[in-house]
Design a protein around this ligand. Sequence first.
Ligand code: HEM
Length: 587
Amino acid sequence: MIEVRRSGELAPSVDRAAGWPTPHFFSSFTSTGDTPMAKSSTEKPAKQTTTTPLTVTAETHHARGFGVKGYFENYDSLSGITMADPFQRAGDRTDVFVRFSTVAGNKGSMDLARDVRGFAVKFYTREGNWDLVGNNMPVFFIQVTMKFPDLVHSVKQEPDREFPQAQSAHDNFWDFISLTPEAMHMITWTMSDQAIPRSFRFMEGFGVHTFRFVNADSKSTYVKFHWKPMLGMQSVVWNEAVKINGADPDFHRRDMRNAVTSGDAPAWELSVQLFDDDFADSFDFDVLDATKLIPEDILPVKPRHRLHQRSAAARSKFLWRANYEPKSWGADGGPREDPDEGFRSYVESVSGDKRRVRPESFADHFSQARQFFSSQTPVEQAHIVDALVFELSKVQTPRIRERVVAQLVNIDTGLAADVATGLGMPGAPERIEPAREPIDLDPSPALSILLSGPDSFEGRRLGVLVTNGADAKTLRSMRAAVTNVGAQMAHIAPTISGVVDSDGNELAVDEEIDGGPSVLFDAVALVLSADGADAHVHCKFVGLGPNAEVLLLAAGLDDSRRDAGYVDVGSTQKSSAAFVDALAALR
Ligand code: HEM
């Protein structure tokens, strides 16, 4: 039988560091009346003081981030639903600052870690600053705020050895996860390609929580926030992520800076899912449960606003001496709180007893994890299996591996069996009894990156391997076709000092061949080049210019080893445009 520790079972309940029995902190206070999860604002700070604090800023969660300035523009007004300033008038613009981040790694870690990405937007509204803190995944690991310090401590480097960092592939993380079944939905996301995005520009953002909009009549409407990238979604594959981290640990921040400084600043559309209490009550789960999403197929998202970036900023300067309130610095001796103009909570009646219990509406931990897995294409499902096998093979304690696989059975028996096989576990995986039996929900295509991919090559980068004598006409028409769809083209050459094309023009070189491996590009083309082999291995599209045939044969890539990704590129504008059209697809 797979051993699962429940409160007080199989383990002493007295924490040796704190010296007292571990309290039942894993449920928030709730009322037994109609209002679920009425949270107490004092409980989390109390819990945090009983656990080891992460005091070094460079080592806290979301330590590694990159910021961009831009503006937010309303398509239409939501003034009937909310009083919030940025949504009042169609066409209004509000300045914003967006910080993208990874969660687990320290400040100097690499960008392509398998991780959730932070997507935090600060609106400089006419009423003051408003933070819409989001992630690139619509759900979260835990249902109860109180578990947060444990989640973060489990994923950060193990305290007795300070590694691994920027990796969830270790015993402590999977130990915590295997004992926290509510996390399994989020695990299907973090083990999917969503956790290794091609760049910040190709990922979605979600407010995760269910918020309230409140209008001038104090009427409340529930709202979930979705940011959709105008470029579509794209990820890299794990094999690329590993190599990108070595070749360019700053890949994501460099990509964003390149895009913004070259005038191709990315944009997202903000969509809101709006609903009332009756709609909320129509679900078996609680809309306040952060491990759940409302599928777009049930409540479609409609873009209402646009976020546009215009400049990149890696660091900020501290302009203020103090970040507490009340304070007496400054000419006015302030600022001080303002009960009238400042933030006001929505007023609601709460009845019943105040208790630390988890409501029954939070008991289904697997149905949406199942839905996420069944919504993926077979390739994406195979990536999830590979990711789990990789992560769990770094776990040295067999019973932790077994517990995770036993949780996976509740998501998909095939998934559990494939992971078990990958880990060399004998026999059919056992199952851990779930708190509530999961049900099968309809697949939601919006949950698949491959089904929501870009429809053109816009925003992506073609690396062209060039040597002295590269055909000038081919290069010219290729650049025109790439620029025409809003993409970028870079020259890769045997040396960084430049090459001379067939017309005698000097070409600036962006990357020397070893510094610019094919993994750093979305597609590659060979115009008088030698080595197409690496691009072949990484499933890139490969454009074949004049003479490339000879070189491919020399690299052992005869016809039998080439698929539809190898495209002949003639020297005309028309053939270059056809090549760039082919690049729109994801491979
Ligand atoms: C459930 C309990 C949660 C707690 C207690 C919590 C706590 C925190 C804290 C203390 C920080 C600041 C870290 C620092 O700078 O030292 C932080 C940052 C952040 N959190 Fe959470 N968090 C929670 C859930 C979430 C969720 C659900 C999301 C997604 C919407 C999220 C997204 C972020 C992001 C994006 C940042 C970085 C913001 C930035 O770029 O400055 N967190 N969180």
